[in-house]
Design a protein. Structure first.
Lengths: 108, 325, 398
């Protein structure tokens, strides 16, 4: 969340109004996590439950076709946005086919 | 189709796949890891769509999502104080009405006002303001995310704190055994205002919750609506962050939080349960109930049984069944 | 008086409360949040009559408390509507946090205050303790002394509040009962003329799905100071703007007041500083005082926040004595009248030479007869040569 230089009173919109909402994308909460979800694309049945439960919208639904080794073809895939995933584990908990593993984040 | 709108009005879903992909409550907020409020708010704005103005009382959601200079709300959003979500939403909604009438806003645009508040800001300090808004029939959908305490300030009890729950102002020790009063039945208090639509909802039941949001928005042409959503809180209820949805589900499966709606006075349980799980299944996962003795758990089970009996009386038949052996 | 009127305007008899209501109607206010409290109630009653008769198209929100009244008013203004509410005493106190919020959010709202004593004990009668408890809230504050001035000032208030360089909430205050419920001749203007003077300029970041904004974020220490400082600058700028607004009002409608009125203060050796109904009464007392050789002038406070420092200095620099009449008590303060403390500060800062005498009078609408006002005039005269270090509680039974 690097801020170059703090603004003067003249440069800020009045009354503390945030005129560009959505700028929360600059606040990368991904560094909160100690566990991170890993989605096994082979097991995933594309049920959308993990995408649904994530409080941080950190599971993205992408138009990325995928065919499993057993020949199951899917039009979408789900991927974790690690910039924002806080590692809560609700996705892994709710996944009906246990396709998500919570693994420790590697500390470099 | 963009989030929220269908040709027939607010989005209704039969499955998760009917939910639009577009996020209007986006990443980068400061809610706790595993906070089910995030799930609830994401779905709320998906259903409501862009032509929505959110009025938010002070609380977890407000503070975590709008820490200046960042905001993750892609719809207009307004917070002024803690106890006035009702009156503030009235001000916004009535202003829209007159501005449309006078031609300052386009008449054909349906701009909906949703008030969002936690249990503290709704059943306690905000009750008067809410009641006034309901009694005036101002066109506002009020969504209560109920984590059963003043979580934002550090887990103090509220009028919505359940029997025997530990909080930082009702701790469990030798003299006190957690909260000793039962939870204020806010949905019934709201229903007594005879507004078009009142419902209880649970993020563990996505179709039920989303469709209730949609119905709440639909009735705004006639009057206000109120959705009481249970919001399992990992930090305040003391459970592993992964269990938010699981515990929410158990709340309904044990009969602690029955899912019902009152649509134009007609009471209906929207998720009947043939056999309830014993309440201990729900309590044992939460640190805030860790101090309970078997006798105290029995007390809670009796309270749940009474509540279920009440629900069945209102429904006119047994829609929530007995505890499974 | 400037500006020649070719049309003779007929005044109608209105109480100050009704004068405010008529101004709200002629301004085509969009949203009125209403909660009853003596002695303001007839303001909102009259407005509701206008709405009921179709004379004013406004959303009239029957709120369930004054806190909600101000909440709804602010919300409506930030949605882009012209919004108004009225209150007094306990109501003003109840909405206290919302006053700061209105100013902090830069909501261009106008509120009339029919000043009434604050509990306890409960009193429905007039003094100014309610208003002076709110003077640091960041609102622009006007005191008016006639029903006509109330009507005119509410109109000026919207033009000032909605000015993009100001965007501050504005209070128009007058004495409850003494003014709110007494009838005076008031010239009202037509709505087209009033809207020509004060066209609607909605809040610039209004809540609108076409341009989403987040209003009311929580602001950490790195940013709060600058946002509050913006209010300091806006308030500073509001002084010149208020003068300009009043001047323009005079040009269009033929009536203007200035931001501080000097009444018989030229050539006066002593001055009385006061506001509202006491100032009005003194205007009828002073000619007799001068006939008795008491050359005491009146400095009537009209704009109070921001305080017209230069005007005060200009009028008071030659005075030998200044008597400040407060209508509320500042318990335990260096002077126990709030205005006296402010004037004392100004005296020191500007190096003014007068003797300052602090008087508190009329608490809870304790009756002041002509003789009492004359006594204040004599006290002002005596102040030229005598120093009164402690606040004088005029009229209290010891």
């Amino acid at each position: 969340m690097a801020v170059q230089r703090l603004p003067s009173w003249r440069e800020m919109p009045i009354g503390g109004v945030i005129v560009n909402p959505g700028n929360s994308l600059e606040y990368k909460t991904g560094d909160w996590k100690v566990l991170m979800p890993v989605i096994d694309q082979e097991k995933c049945t594309r049920c959308r439950i993990c995408w649904y439960v994530c409080p941080d919208a950190a599971i993205k639904e992408l138009d990325k076709p995928y065919t499993t080794k057993k020949g199951r073809a899917y039009k979408v895939s789900y991927e974790v946005d690690y910039d924002f995933c806080k590692g809560c584990g609700m996705c892994a908990q709710e996944c009906p086919v246990k396709a998500i593993d919570m693994v420790p984040v590697e500390v470099v | 189709m963009s989030a929220g709108q269908t040709p027939r009005g607010p989005l209704r879903i039969r499955s998760l796949f009917d939910l639009p992909r577009e996020e209007l409550f986006i990443s980068g907020h400061g809610l706790c890891a595993g906070c089910t409020a995030g799930t609830i708010m994401r779905m709320l704005v998906k259903v409501a769509g862009r032509d929505t103005i959110i009025v938010n009382a002070t609380g977890c959601v407000e503070v975590s999502t709008t820490r200046y200079p960042y905001s993750n709300w892609l719809v207009p959003w307004f917070h002024s104080a803690f106890e006035n979500a009702g009156a503030t939403a009235s001000g916004v909604a009535r202003a829209i009405e007159v501005l449309q009438r006078k031609g300052a806003l386009p008449k054909d645009r349906k701009i909906r006002v949703i008030a969002v508040g936690g249990d503290g800001g709704t059943v306690d300090i905000g009750l008067q303001s809410l009641s006034g808004m309901l009694e005036r029939r101002d066109p506002v959908m009020y969504v209560l995310y109920d984590n059963e305490a003043y979580m934002n300030t550090g887990i103090q009890r509220s009028g919505a704190t359940p029997y025997h729950a530990w909080t930082t102002t009702t701790p469990a020790g030798k003299v006190w055994r957690g909260e000793w009063r039962t939870k204020k039945d806010i949905a019934m208090i709201v229903a007594a205002h005879k507004i078009p639509y009142v419902a209880t909802a649970n993020p563990a039941y996505p179709q039920d919750m989303v469709n209730k949001f949609a119905r709440g928005l639909e009735v705004l042409d006639e009057g206000p609506s109120f959705i009481h959503v249970i919001m399992a809180c990992t930090t305040g209820w003391r459970f592993d962050p992964a269990l938010g949805i699981t515990i929410s589900r158990l709340a309904t499966e044990t009969g602690v939080f029955p899912l019902y709606e009152i649509d134009h006075g007609k009471f209906r349980v929207t998720f009947p349960i043939a056999k309830r799980k014993p309440v201990i299944e729900y309590l044992k996962l939460q640190g805030r109930f860790a101090h309970l003795t078997p006798a105290e758990i029995e007390e809670i089970q009796r309270l749940v049984d009474e509540r279920v009996a009440e629900i069945n009386r209102l429904a006119g038949k047994e829609v929530i069944g007995p505890v499974a052996k | 008086m400037e500006a020649q009127q070719t049309v003779v305007k007929r005044p109608i008899p209105l109480s100050t409360n009704y004068a405010v209501a008529y101004a709200v109607k002629d301004l085509d206010v969009d949203v009125v949040a209403a909660y009853p409290i003596t002695p303001q109630t007839t303001v909102v009653e009259k407005i509701s009559e206008f709405v009921a008769n179709g004379e004013l198209d406004a959303e009239f929100i029957h709120v369930e408390s004054e806190h909600s009244a101000m909440s709804a008013t602010i919300a409506a203004a930030l949605t882009g509507a012209r919004a108004f509410t009225a209150t007094a005493s306990q109501g003003l106190a109840l909405m206290h946090e919302m006053l700061y919020i209105a100013a902090g959010l830069r909501a261009p709202v106008v509120m009339s205050v029919a000043m009434r004593a604050l509990s306890a004990p409960i009193s429905i009668w007039n003094d100014q303790s309610d208003l002076f408890g709110s003077r640091d809230s960041g609102w622009v504050i006007y005191f008016v002394h006639t029903a006509q001035e109330a009507y005119d000032t509410v109109i000026q208030a919207y033009r000032l509040a909605e000015d993009p360089d100001v965007l501050l909430p504005v209070m128009v205050a007058y004495d409850g009962y003494v003014m709110s419920h007494t009838t005076e001749p008031v010239v009202t203007e037509s709505r087209p003329e009033v809207l020509k003077f004060a066209p609607k300029r909605p809040y610039p970041y209004r809540l609108n799905p076409d341009k989403p904004v987040t209003i009311g974020a929580i602001v950490p220490p790195e940013y709060l100071y600058e946002i509050k400082y913006q209010n300091v600058k806006a308030m500073e700028g509001a002084l010149a703007k208020a003068e300009e607004v009043d001047r323009e009002f005079g040009k269009q409608f033929g009536r203007s007041y200035g931001i501080m009125e000097c009444y018989m203060c030229e050539g006066a050796e002593s001055l009385i500083v006061t506001n509202a109904s006491y100032a009005a009464t003194l205007k009828s007392i002073l000619p007799e005082a001068w006939r008795q050789g008491l050359r005491v002038g009146l400095l009537r406070l009209r704009l109070y926040r921001p305080f017209p420092v230069k005007h005060f200095v200009e009028h008071a620099s030659d005075a030998k004595g200044v008597l400040v009449v407060d209508r509320s008590i500042s318990y335990g303060a260096p002077y126990q009248g709030p205005l006296a403390n402010e004037i004392a500060g100004l005296k020191v800062r500007e190096g003014l030479g007068f003797n300052l005498t602090s008087v508190v009078a009329g608490i809870g609408q304790r009756t002041m007869e002509d003789e009492d006002f004359m006594a204040l005039v004599r006290l002002a005269w005596e102040s030229r040569t005598r120093r009164f270090p402690e606040t004088i509680f005029y009229g209290v039974r010891e």
